[in-house]
Design a protein around this ligand. Structure first.
Ligand code: CUA
Length: 482
């Protein structure tokens, strides 16, 4: 029996040593989430502080252990030894071992406090033009709002090299934590309480970000990527984010995917935040989706969701879990839990309301949606004209609606941001006296602020840019909705 215990002990020891060695490998500077291979002044000042404290700890450790070993050997009990002389209290010794640690702690506290003060109070004035970003934590993804440039992204953050970036951190649900190990420290994202962090990246490249506060089932899978660019490349990226994607050609996988996306996904995912005004509209839309979910967390088919504008330029999927390509995207759409457990998408969206929780779509349909999403990239960059009428002169009003309106209006009775369009004909007929249903809908598209229905936020932009013919086709189409 005793033998067995000894055996287990040595096995445990071996396991412990192996585990420790693997843990140490996690610290190698090359590791994506190592805090040692730093790429910014804040991360490096924190790494240096750690190394200083570590060095002091090593010296203390060696001194204490050496003394312990020396004393254990030198004064070990020998044959014939009598009981040693008993003593109690020694002022000199006690003062010494109080003063030495106090001095060490003061020595450690000075650089620590200097570090905290220099990083806690926002970006110092001498660091250059600040880039402001609001980072919002969601279960389980990150939203990034560039208030200076009216750009919204999710899970992939782009910043310029050498410029200070100031983050306002918040959360829409539970407490998360924002952490880019190689560039800056971590700060919690707390609902209803804004926190701040700033960073400077001094190396161009791709870096890892990670939620660092346990926030539910997929906490470990709540990641993001940081792309650090030269200033001009960053500005080019901003430009691209304001360049709409080219509309898909008719009768292609992309165009079929677009319709399927409009019908099944666009209530929660905006994918065209490139136009002027779309920034504030998306923020309001996200809030509306969120409030909708809060009102009925069991049954709401609406939840706040990652903005998919130019999703085809992303390199990762599911907030940094997998490389993005057609195969992984199909896997994700078909059954999100095969990649990430507990997504609100799978729990709430109608299309996953099936016996096995998998998408209620055929393989072909899923493939088309994936093809469409991967095609979302900055277009030819031509001036934004949405009224490009097809060569055959027939306007596909359904597609126009899917592209431009479906993010805020459903085709049935569901309220997204604005009212659902089902049965609009009857309601429009007697909304404004003197206006027919046709005229009223037309006016509401071209100049919406004139006739906001009570209870809805006044956030709809005017769509005169669609062109007269397209708006007319849209009105005709809306009048057919039951
Ligand atoms: Cu969010 Cu952990």
């Amino acid at each position: 029996m005793k033998k067995k215990i000894v055996h287990n002990k040595s096995r445990f020891l071996v396991l412990l040593i192996v585990f420790s060695i693997f843990s140490i490998f996690g610290c190698t500077p090359d590791n994506n989430q190592s805090t040692f291979g730093t790429a910014g002044p804040i991360a490096s000042s924190q790494a240096n502080l750690f190394l200083l404290i570590f060095a002091i700890a090593v010296v203390v450790f060696i001194a204490v252990e050496a003394a312990l070993i020396y004393i254990s050997i030198k004064f070990r009990r020998k044959e014939g030894d009598k009981l040693p002389y008993q003593t109690h209290g020694n002022k000199k010794l006690e003062i010494t071992w109080t003063i030495i640690p106090a001095v060490i702690l003061i020595f450690v506290a000075i650089p620590t406090l200097i570090g905290i003060w220099s990083q806690q109070n926002g970006v110092p004035d001498d660091k250059g033009q600040v880039l402001n970003i609001e980072a919002v934590g969601h279960q389980w993804w990150f939203e990034f709002r560039y208030s200076d440039y009216e750009v919204i992204t999710s899970n992939e953050l782009h910043i310029p090299k050498g410029r200070p970036v100031s983050f306002k951190l918040s959360s829409q649900d539970v407490i998360h934590s924002f952490w880019v190990p190689k560039i800056a420290g971590k700060v919690d994202m707390v609902p209803l309480n804004d926190n701040y962090i700033w960073m400077i990246a001094d190396e161009v490249g791709e870096f890892y970000g990670q939620c660092a506060e346990f926030c539910g089932t997929s906490h470990a899978h709540m990641r993001f990527r940081v792309f650090v660019h030269e200033e001009e490349d960053f500005l080019a990226w901003v430009d691209q984010m304001h360049t709409p994607a080219d509309p898909p050609l008719p009768n292609t996988a992309e165009s079929r995917g677009q319709m399927l996306f409009a019908a099944n996904c666009s209530m929660c995912h905006t994918n065209n935040s490139t136009t002027p005004g779309s920034y504030i509209m998306e923020i309001n839309t996200q809030d509306a989706r969120w409030n909708n979910w809060i009102d009925d967390t069991e049954n709401s088919a609406l939840v706040s969701a990652p903005n998919l504008t130019h999703f085809g330029t992303h390199s990762t999927l599911g907030s940094g879990i997998k490389d993005l390509n057609h195969e992984t995207l199909v896997e994700w759409i078909a059954d999100p839990s095969s990649i990430k457990q507990g997504t609100r998408m799978q729990k709430q969206a109608m299309v996953y309301n099936t016996r096995d929780g998998k998408a209620n779509l055929t393989d072909g349909e899923i493939s088309d949606i994936a093809t469409y999403l991967l095609s979302l990239k900055p277009g030819s960059g031509a001036e934004l004209v949405i009224d490009d009428i097809p060569a055959d002169g027939v306007i596909d009003a359904e597609a126009v609606f899917a592209t431009n309106c479906a993010a805020c209006h459903s085709l049935g009775n569901d309220v997204i941001v604005g009212p659902g369009m089902g049965g609009i004909k009857d309601r429009a007929a007697d909304r404004v006296s003197g206006l027919s249903a046709y005229e009223y809908i037309y006016e509401s598209i071209v100049e919406p602020q004139a006739y906001i229905v009570e209870g809805y936020p006044p956030v709809m932009p005017g769509w005169a840019s669609l062109g007269d013919e397209t708006v007319n086709a849209l009105v005709e189409y809306l009048l057919t909705l039951e």
